[in-house]
Design a protein around this ligand. Sequence first.
Ligand code: NAI
Length: 244
Amino acid sequence: MSASLEGKIAIVTGAGRGIGEGIARKLGAEGATVACADVNTEDAGRVAQACGHPAYAVRLDVSRASECDSVVQATVDRHGRLDVLVNNAGINRDAMLHKMTDEQWDQVISVDLTGVFFMARAASRGMRSQGSGRIVNISSASWMGNVGQANYAAAKAGVIGLSRTAARELARSQVTVNAICPGFIDTAMTRGIPQQIREAQLARIPLGRAGQPADVAALVAFLASDEAGYITGEVINVGGGYVL
Ligand code: NAI
């Protein structure tokens, strides 16, 4: 059987480690040419190398509109098209609402929400004119509300509104837009959570384990494939039953 993404051109943001790394590796294994985009170029380079030819690393800070525009433009110039955009880059700066600083709020909104807007806006231009495309946005189960994450939950809820609106606008161009809400995935982000909270969160997962980046990547690969062409505007949990 041929790989499901043979010949597709993809950009994965935040591809340097964690879930983004898992997504880049999976899309590469399915035959896509992956631009591994990350603010950390060393990590992005390592992942691109692990994906093997034709993957490559690009420096990108998603919170800067000009960088988002240039990375998308450079991809289109290099390959003549962009088929798949995965908006995965994200950060957290947790604090209780009454203690949250302006900076903590602004940083998370600019990377986790505005960054998705910048990249989706840039990618949608070419996808509209080529009459095809896949945008997969990584939101979070936290969008429904989570103690200590007012900034993060607001950004991730915003990603859902943005995804659903983009899905409506781009449908006529046969471009699909979907959001994935991972639950508790074992990455550097969750390893930073205090042990007591970590254990309480793990205990809430019906399937009895933390997720792995590959669990999220499998769904991204499917949503990016031709087979998923009739699925758009969806918000899909990958959390081992976390939200049940
Ligand atoms: P991580 O912290 O392990 O990796 C994030 C990657 O994004 C890093 O390589 C980092 O350099 C890159 N990055 C950060 N800021 C960037 C920027 N401004 N521009 C470009 N790249 C940037 O995080 P993890 O866990 O892999 O998370 C990936 C995504 O999944 C994030 O959007 C996160 O919010 C989301 N998520 C993670 C969950 C988890 O349990 N780990 C659960 C739900 C959602």
